[in-house]
Design a protein around this ligand. Structure first.
Ligand code: ATP
Length: 229
């Protein structure tokens, strides 16, 4: 099997001085879809934040897309982020600019300069999420489901090998959730991106089955049963 895109060995996850998870071992491979479940406050977001360099890894070993998390510095975190797409529950789009400019902002921040290439890339990701005609809309002119699609388009800008999604269906009605899940599965299947998605929504997992990893009592349990959360 190829090198895992996420490879965590005997790691501890901290929030400041507080130990949140210990003995964390987790491998995720290219194109794999993994749900991260567990009761509120058990460390799902903390684990994701460690994986995208928002929280430091202070103990144990972990590599993400070839980056050793123990070696990350403020200078190398942006390079790690460029290989990842991160999707949040609350979209986090910039409200003062339209969709095209939201996407362009991220491209510029990640080193893109050529106007034509940027326009082509923006058209490409909007097409992938089915919102080709919405580039000139402002976030407030979009439905929740459309905003989440734009958030996913933003995550796709740098052709990520890994997408980390923190409750991406948390604010959506069941039908719109299904559309977003179809889109995420399509992205992992057709573009080979691995996806790790934190969720409380067991209906989504029943409908879109995949590997389940659970945070519980300070540990991470692999191949967990969904009936347990
Ligand atoms: N910014 C922070 N500073 C200090 N402690 C924090 C911070 N954020 C979270 N924690 C603590 O870390 C622990 C894990 O929280 P985390 O948000 O990772 O859990 P979670 O499983 O994602 O919860 P939820 O399902 O509610 O999103 C909790 O005890 C929480 O109180």
């Amino acid at each position: 099997m190829s090198e895992p895109i996420i490879d965590i060995k005997n790691a501890k996850i901290f929030q400041g001085e507080n130990l949140v998870l210990q003995e964390v071992d987790l491998q995720v491979h290219k194109g794999e879809f993994v749900y991260l479940v567990g009761k509120t406050g058990t460390g799902k977001s903390s684990l994701l934040k460690t994986l995208y360099g928002e929280l430091p890894l202070k103990e144990g070993q972990a590599t993400v897309a070839g980056y050793n998390l123990r070696d990350l510095t403020w200078k190398t975190v942006p390079y790690l982020r460029r290989t990842l797409g991160v999707v949040f529950q609350d979209f986090q789009l910039l409200t003062d600019r339209n969709v095209n400019d939201n996407l362009k902002f991220v491209l510029k921040a990640t080193g893109w300069k050529d106007e034509k290439l940027m326009s082509e890339k923006i058209a490409d990701v909007l097409e992938k999420v089915g919102l080709k005609s919405k580039g000139f809309k402002y976030p407030f002119e979009l439905s929740g489901g459309e905003q989440q699609r734009i958030d996913i388009a933003r995550a796709l800008l740098n052709s990520p090998k890994l997408i980390l999604a923190d409750e991406p269906t948390g604010n959506l009605d069941p039908e719109t959730s299904d559309e977003i899940m179809n889109l995420l599965f399509h992205i992992s299947r057709d573009f080979g991106a691995a996806i790790v998605m934190a969720t409380h929504d067991y209906m989504v997992i029943r409908k879109f089955p995949a590997r389940v990893v659970r945070t519980e009592a300070g540990k991470v349990l692999d191949n967990a049963s969904i009936s347990m959360f």
